[in-house]
Design a protein around this ligand. Structure first.
Ligand code: SF4
Length: 361
């Protein structure tokens, strides 16, 4: 960390603690003075301020003599309550902190669904507004519920990787009759990254017999259904130690220094395992990529919303009003699109970056 950066951080803390001390003084006058009228404490904004200060500051008694007031400190990131549990602004108690790659913000997230048939007008069919810290994957099901309630469920829903997991791939089809199309996380195990390595896709699972056969034709000896630390169901599978110890291909399968360590696998439930393996094996094909490319159109919609309709800036405070803003923005975009469609203006082509174009050439 450079000296200039350290000085900048120190200056920020100093400024934040000046604000914090002002707020503490105000709160002390309201809550601790016997001459302060009772009704002042009942003003909702005062309670919000009190809670915000609790979330953002603490009193530090380190190295402070007994019977002396502590020092007010601005909490650092490790000290803060979870993003969903704290107020980051006393002006909007629904706004939440979030970060995506290098972008951080305090506010909301909007999830937009639109039609994407090649020869038809592209209209927004659903807008889901949430607090910013909530994950995309948790919005897939509410979006499907909302689409269904309006009679607008698509047969295919093309989404980015953040909205996909193995359970949703199954449930979307069963519960909503929607084929969820999106990339799944690649296998990141060392075996998958090693040429010729024995990652999970190289093992065949005999679900009825509850056994797994390894690439060297050996059968697993244990099959134990178990829930992991995150509450996910699955099956722990183990191969016999004696066999794995003598295996000539052990270096492609097991990394442990202990020779007696056998190969172990963690399987998802049957349908989830099968769908993940199927998508992993197809998502690099041209056919799959071409189908998935249709999703890129929604980037144009987001860009239109942001640049022409101020979608990125919340005009109002609190979730219900921000949600309403997003709904009205979607209606406005749809009207503009309908007019363009009736005027015979064709869809804009999805822009291909120069780098991507170079790769295709
Ligand atoms: S190490 Fe064990 S599980 Fe792996 S290939 Fe050899 S016998 Fe099969």
């Amino acid at each position: 960390m450079s000296t200039a950066y350290r000085a900048c951080v120190a200056a920020r803390y100093e400024y934040a603690e000046t604000i914090g001390n002002d707020g503490m003084q105000l709160l002390a006058s309201i809550y601790e003075s016997s001459t302060t009228p009772q009704w002042l404490r009942q003003i909702p904004a005062i309670e919000v301020l009190r809670q915000t200060w609790l979330h953002q500051y603490y009193i530090d008694y380190t190295d402070v003599p007994l019977d002396t007031p502590g020092k007010l400190r601005w909490r650092n990131a490790a000290d803060l309550p979870k993003a969903g549990d704290r107020f980051d602004s006393p002006y909007d108690t629904d706004a939440r902190y979030a970060n995506k790659r290098s972008t951080t913000w305090i506010g909301y997230k909007v999830h937009i669904t639109e039609t994407c048939d090649a020869n038809d007008v592209h209209l927004i069919t659903n807008v889901e507004t949430t607090q910013a810290q909530l994950s995309d994957v948790d919005q897939t099901e509410p979006i499907h519920v909302s689409l269904e309630s309006k009679g607008l469920s698509p047969s295919e829903h093309i989404v980015d990787a953040g909205y996909v997991d193995s359970e949703l791939l199954i449930k979307s089809q069963i519960d909503f009759d929607i084929e969820l199309i999106g990339p799944v996380r690649p296998n990141v195990s060392w075996q998958a990254k090693t040429p010729g390595g024995y990652d999970i896709s190289k093992f065949s699972v005999e679900w009825d017999a509850k056994t797994v056969t390894c690439p060297q034709g050996q059968k697993s000896t244990t099959w134990t259904p178990a829930i992991d630390n995150w509450g996910n169901s699955g099956i722990n599978v183990k191969f016999p130690s004696k066999v794995c110890r003598r295996c000539d291909f052990r270096h492609l399968c097991i990394k442990s220094k202990s020779e007696s360590e056998p190969r172990k696998l963690r399987l998802r439930p049957k349908e989830e395992h099968q769908i993940i393996q199927t998508i992993r094996s197809t998502q690099d094909t041209d056919e799959w990529k071409e189908r998935y490319n249709t999703r890129a159109g929604v980037e144009g919609t987001l860009s239109q919303g942001i640049n022409a309709f101020g979608l990125r800036k919340a005009r109002y405070r609190n979730l219900p009003k921000v949600r309403l803003q997003h709904q009205i923005t979607a209606v406005a975009i749809n009207i503009v699109r309908m007019i363009a469609w009736l005027d015979g203006i064709p869809h804009a082509q999805t822009r291909i970056s120069r780098f991507a174009a170079l790769a295709v050439a």
